[in-house]
Design a protein around this ligand. Structure first.
Ligand code: GDP
Length: 364
């Protein structure tokens, strides 16, 4: 599955946020309990109100939401790239993620030590990102000589790789993350294979005090400005409140949200922001047994999307019967949609759209 890494300095609220995420998922989808893959990896349900509508129309017995993984990456301190703190273990954990969520401390509390002495979330971000840039620099320098040797002995792939390594090094040496590099579309795959920490998409989480959960505060405003400069998203959240919300059942939860002036839990916004960050979207399969959401990348064709359900669906793909979510609901389900001519038969080239209800025809 797709993974977002939760990254930040110590004592900024990473674990609080991670625990809230995983507990909420358990509460939200009793039929799909949160499972711990590793102590620091949590699989959460993606909140999807359309699933309930589909299940109602089709009389589905079960609702199965899409899932996404969050990884709590502890142990980063200044100097991690030089092996301080958990150093290398930490960096290896980040390497395996598809995107990075920077949790930044935007709350005052004299009882909770800030490792850098003052509350300055933008400076904290820069400290963490600098470590990641240094780690990228080092790993590229290490690899470069080897790749050059290969390129000189006529390896075409290696030649292309040298160019990409130089492209990344140019940015990093100027103190910029690798994601700023202008990578030609055709080279994207090879670029991703470099597995750079600073080429991953990023999202900011401004962790504010309880009183600022609905409004944000001066710290979180600075984080939002920085996020805008980066062209990145920013979610203002109070991890403390999310932790409390996660413990509550309905209707106490809704009541607590109202008291706080919040429309929905911050975690719902965070999960959706993570989903966008990874350029993910959802399609559905709907029947009497279950209404289920599946996660794919934007732009995936029908066979590739089918492969998420089972490899055989992709290999033996013939065609897909497709109904938009809106048509499915408006026509009262599959039979009605078919009758109204709203069920399309799509082939191998069809690019699946968010909200499509899909039925795959395949050979085994
Ligand atoms: P981590 O080291 O980044 O994982 O930080 P923790 O999640 O362990 O949090 C460090 C301390 O900050 C704990 O005592 C939390 O209760 C507290 N904390 C976390 N989030 C908030 C918040 O939103 N508001 C306040 N007031 N305290 C928080």
């Amino acid at each position: 599955g797709f993974k977002c890494g939760i990254v930040g300095l110590p004592n900024v609220g990473k674990s609080t946020l991670f625990n809230a995420l995983t507990q909420t998922a358990a509460a939200q989808a009793a039929n799909y309990p949160f499972c711990t893959i590793e102590p620091n990896v949590g699989e959460v349900a993606v909140p999807e109100p359309r699933l309930a509508d589909l299940a109602k129309v089709a009389g589905s017995k079960e609702i199965i939401p899409a899932r996404m993984n969050f990884v709590d990456i502890a142990g980063l301190v200044e100097g991690a790239s030089q092996g301080e703190g958990l150093g290398n273990k930490f960096l290896a954990n980040i390497r395996e993620t598809d995107a990075i969520i920077y949790v930044l401390r935007c709350f005052d509390n004299d009882d909770i030590t800030h490792v850098r002495g003052t509350i300055d979330p933008v400076a904290d971000f820069e400290v963490v990102e600098t470590e990641l840039m240094l780690a990228d620099l080092e790993s590229l320098e290490k690899r470069k000589q080897n790749v050059i040797k290969k390129a000189n002995s006529g390896d075409k792939e290696a030649k292309a790789q040298v160019a990409l390594i130089d492209l990344a090094l140019n940015e990093l040496k100027e103190g910029r993350p690798a994601r700023r590099a202008d990578v030609p579309v055709d080279d994207r795959k090879a670029w991703n294979m470099l597995q750079l920490l600073t080429s991953k998409p990023i999202l900011f989480v401004a962790n504010v005090d309880e009183a600022s959960a609905a409004t944000g505060n001066d710290y979180s405003k600075r984080v939002e400005e920085r996020a805008t400069e980066e062209g990145a998203g920013c979610v203002v959240i109070s991890a403390q409140i999310e932790a409390e919300l996660a413990m509550l059942d309905e209707p106490d939860r809704t009541e607590f949200l109202e008291t706080l002036g919040l429309e929905e839990p911050g975690l719902t916004r965070l999960i959706h922001a993570g989903y966008d960050l990874l350029e993910l979207q959802t399609y559905f399969t709907v029947g009497p047994k279950e209404a289920r959401a599946w996660t794919i990348r934007r732009g995936w064709t029908a066979p590739k999307a089918a492969g998420v359900i089972h490899g055989d669906f992709e290999k033996g793909f013939i065609r897909a019967e497709t109904i938009t979510f809106e048509d499915f609901i408006a026509c009262g389900g599959e039979a009605g949609a078919k009758e109204a001519g709203k069920m399309r038969s799509e082939g191998k080239e069809y690019v699946v759209q968010d909200g499509d209800v899909m039925l795959f025809r395949f050979n085994v």
